[in-house]
Each structure stands twice: as structure tokens, then as C-alpha cells.
Design a protein around this ligand. Structure first.
Ligand code: HAM
Length: 443
């Protein structure tokens, strides 16, 4: 029997079907969160602090798409869990293979190759990233980073500048319990020769390496170094040290970085196991950790140098360095240290209109266009109800318009935070000047 033109008679699930059968029971997908006011004001403030600090260090904002050709990420991170196991990959309707960005550096390098801007190219970014990880406190499937990258210079003073940017932001939000760990991975040759020596050591002691780490020994021995599993740690403690394999040029680079951090008064510790989870690092790697958070989520910021990445993506040999800072983690650390409170978003003026609502409509707009934070009630509420809303809002002034004020083109002004202050009448056309005067706002 041929198929009817109405489509197959059997049930075929499609991607448009909701995951939940119950209507009205949708929730955020696992590992994702809604961000609601007033918390969102704190979020905006973090991005603002980061953007202003980056701007004054000569970094410009870069926006790249949230999804890219899958090759952008797979080419630079074949050996990493982030790319092999955690990437959200999909085909679009034209069968293009795409991925939601799991991190920012590959996209920045792709943009560099595409646009060939003059170097040094200093950019910052912010936004969501996606990894299919097991969700827990401080670990999400959609998480958010602010980050910065510099492409086109191998000068170790840039490493210092980039690390100092991260440090300045963490200080600006008031964090004190922050540790900076640094390491050097050397040049790509060091990575290779050290990788081979480490592999030999791990292979010779394979029985001691925890089972979950064994599969990395052959292809990605460096990844075994940052394992926290006790058996593996005992084996890696006896392993040859990366520092012994550094070339004189790599040692000189790392010395200059340490010298710079010392000179800027940024405290740090050298952590020889700090190889980080992505494959692309050469020379300097670093992390800012919070001692106010549990070890599983205490890395606020991670980064390093990646001198071969642009070439991997088809561009000219171009050194690069940068970092990504997790906004969720940063705010968890702020909570733990009780710093960087949610900024107040209270209006300064509340317009109470018990005539016909037109004055509230027009005056709030007028005040807003003059740069004054103003709000109002809707739905023709009673005087009592509107005054209650004004009080609750945290506004300092109420502008009150009743039938009489409307007829006389007047506005009654009341200071809401001062019970003794008398209500005064002002001509309506003076409202902006009078509000400015009372709130001591410069025009
Ligand atoms: P990453 O270490 O994978 O590096 O991530 C940087 C930061 O993003 C972490 O330290 C953490 O704060 C946050 N983060 C990562 N995954 C999650 C998650 N699932 N949930 C919450 N926060 C998370 C990179 O992404 C590199 N692109 C950094 C870089 C830039 N290296 C050079 N330039």
C-alpha cells in the first residue's frame, strides 16, 4: 500500500515535540537557569565592571555567533573532554554540521583569521557557552563567561597585562580570597618531548593509574597531570617535571612573566601540574582560584598562551593569550565573601496620578528622557494603593496629580523618606527643574 498524502499513519517523534507531555509544566532544561530581576542587575554590573576595566586597558568588545562550524572547535580541541564529550553538536536544515560554542578562544581565532585585523588585536567578550556536563553548584550546561584575548604578540609583558586584567576585575568586585596559580607549558616542542617522557612514565606505572585516567595515557598524557584521583596523583607525583624540559627561551619567557607579576604586586604561586583542560596551551598557563569555594567549583578564571591556534584554523603563525572567567562562579565567590551586593534599581521618582492617568504617562516619559529614573502605577489604582507602591519602590519623591492639580496645571511634591517634610505645590512646567533641585542632580 502506498503512503497517504497526509503523512505516515504511525507516530513519529519529531524535534518539535516538547520533552514534557503535561501542558504548562515546562521548566528550564537541566543545567540551565533563568536570571530574574533584581539578581540580573548584579549580573549586568559584573559585565559592566569587566567591560570598563578591559576598555581602559585597550581591549575592544568582540561578539561572535553562539554557534560555529563544528570544525572551529574540533580542530583545536580533539583530545579534550570539552570537545569530545561535552559539545552540543547539531546539523541544521541544510545538513551543515554546527556546534554551540563550548568556549570562546577558538571563535576569537576564527574571527581573527576571517577579518585579519591589525595586531596586536586586543578583544574582550561576554556571553553564554554550552557544555554537556553533569550539573552541580557552579557547574552548568549553559554558563557564562567574560573573557579577553590578545592576538599577534609573543611579548611576555602581554601575559602580565592579561593576568593583571583578570586580577583587577577580581579586586574591583571586592574579592580577597583569590589565589593566582601559574605554570609554563613551554613551546610546542617542549610539550611534545615532555609528553613523550610523561607517557613513558605513566605507561611504566599503569597499574597505579586510576582506571578512568588510563585511556588518556597513550594519546593525551598531559591531561593525566590534572587528575585529582589519588592513585593517578601518586604516579604523577613521581613523574618527570615539565620545568626540566623547558628550553632556555621558554625559561626566559616565564621568568619575565614572574618578574612582571612581582613588579605589579600581584601575588602568585607556581603550580607545575597546571596544564588546564584544553589542548592548545603553550608557555604561560594560569588560573585564579577562590579559597572561599569548594574545590569542585573554585576556579573563577582560567587561561594561558596558545601560540599555534590561529595556524590550526588556517591563519598565519600568530601568538595569542587570554582567559575566560565564569560569571556564575565569580558571583558564588562574591556571595561567599559577602561582597559586590546587588545594585539598587529603585526609581528616584514615583508619579501618582489619581486624575485620569495621562499625567503619569506623560510625566514619567518626560523625566526618563531627562535621564531621571521614574516609575508609576497602572490600572487606575486608588491614591492609597499608588502611595503604597511609591513607598515600596524605594523612590525618594512622589509627584502627585489629582483632579485639582490637573485643572490648575500643578503638581504636588512629597518627600517619601522624610515624614516631617511638607508637601509643596509646583507649576507643572517646572517639574524637571524642581525634581533635579530636590534630588541634587546636576543638569
Ligand atoms: P575553561 O577553563 O574551560 O577555559 O573555562 C574558563 C572558566 O569558565 C572556568 O574557570 C569557570 O569559571 C568557567 N566555566 C567553565 N565551565 C563551566 C561550567 N560548566 N559551568 C560554570 N562555569 C564554567 C576556557 O574556556 C578557555 N577558553 C579560557 C581561555 C581563554 N584560554 C585562553 N583564552
Amino acid at each position: 500500500m502506498g503512503r497517504s498524502s497526509a503523512g505516515p499513519p504511525f507516530h513519529r517523534p519529531t524535534s518539535l515535540e516538547p520533552m514534557s507531555k503535561k501542558v504548562n509544566s515546562f521548566r528550564t532544561p537541566i543545567g540551565t537557569r533563568d536570571l530574574l530581576p533584581p539578581d540580573s542587575a548584579r549580573w549586568e554590573a559584573v559585565i559592566d565592571v569587566f567591560g570598563r576595566t578591559a576598555d581602559r586597558s585597550g581591549f575592544g568588545l568582540l561578539n561572535t555567533p553562539l554557534f560555529e562550524d563544528i570544525g572551529v572547535f574540533s580542530r583545536v580541541g580533539e583530545g579534550t573532554d570539552v570537545v569530545r564529550k561535552e559539545m552540543y553538536e547539531f546539523s541544521d536544515r541544510s545538513d551543515r554540521r554546527l556546534a554551540l560554542r563550548p568556549e570562546g578562544t577558538a571563535s576569537v581565532c576564527r574571527a581573527f583569521v576571517q577579518h585579519r585585523p591589525p595586531v596586536p588585536w586586543k578583544v574582550w567578550y561576554q556571553g553564554p557557552f554550552f557544555r554537556y556536563e553533569a550539573p552541580q553548584a557552579g557547574r552548568y550546561r549553559q554558563f557564562h563567561q567574560v573573557g579577553a584575548e590578545v592576538l599577534g604578540t609573543a611579548d611576555p609583558d602581554v601575559d602580565v597585562e592579561v593576568i593583571a586584567l583578570g586580577w583587577d576585575v577580581l579586586r574591583a568586585v571586592g574579592l580577597k580570597r583569590v589565589l593566582l596559580l601559574v605554570n609554563s607549558m613551554g613551546d610546542p616542542d617542549t610539550r611534545r618531548t615532555y609528553g613523550a617522557a610523561l607517557r613513558d612514565h605513566l605507561a611504566a606505572n599503569l597499574a597505579g593509574v586510576d582506571e578512568e585516567d588510563r585511556e588518556k595515557v597513550e594519546l593525551h598524557p598531559l591531561r593525566v597531570l590534572d587528575s585529582k584521583r589519588p592513585g593517578t596523583r601518586a604516579v604523577t607525583a613521581e613523574a618527570p617535571q615539565l620545568a626540566e624540559f623547558l628550553s632556555p627561551a621558554a625559561v626566559a619567557h616565564f621568568d619575565r612573566v614572574q618578574d612582571g607579576l612581582g613588579s605589579l604586586g600581584i601575588p602568585f604561586a607556581i603550580e607545575p601540574r597546571l596544564v588546564r583542560g584544553l589542548d592548545y596551551y603553550t608557555h604561560t598557563t594560569f588560573e585564579f582560584q577562590s579559597s572561599a569555594l569548594e574545590a569542585a567549583q573554585n576556579t573563577l578564571c582560567g587561561g594561558g598562551r596558545y601560540d599555534g591556534l590561529v595556524e590550526e584554523l588556517g591563519g598565519p603563525a600568530t601568538p595569542g593569550i587570554g582567559f575566560g572567567m565564569g560569571i556564575e562562579r565569580l558571583l558564588l565567590a562574591c556571595d561567599a565573601e559577602e561582597t559586590f551586593p546587588t545594585p539598587t534599581t529603585a526609581p528616584r521618582v514615583w508619579v501618582v496620578d489619581v486624575a485620569d492617568g495621562r499625567s503619569a504617562r506623560d510625566l514619567t516619559h518626560l523625566l526618563r528622557t531627562e535621564g531621571i529614573h521614574a516609575d508609576r502605577s497602572f490600572d487606575g489604582r486608588s491614591m492609597r494603593s499608588q502611595m503604597r507602591s511609591a513607598d515600596r519602590s524605594g523612590a525618594e519623591l512622589a509627584l502627585i496629580i489629582g483632579e485639582q492639580e490637573l485643572a490648575e496645571q500643578q503638581v504636588a511634591v512629597r518627600r517619601l523618606r522624610d515624614d516631617d517634610a511638607a508637601q509643596v505645590m509646583i507649576p507643572r512646567h517646572d517639574v524637571v527643574d524642581e525634581v533635579r533641585r530636590l534630588l541634587q542632580i546636576d543638569s
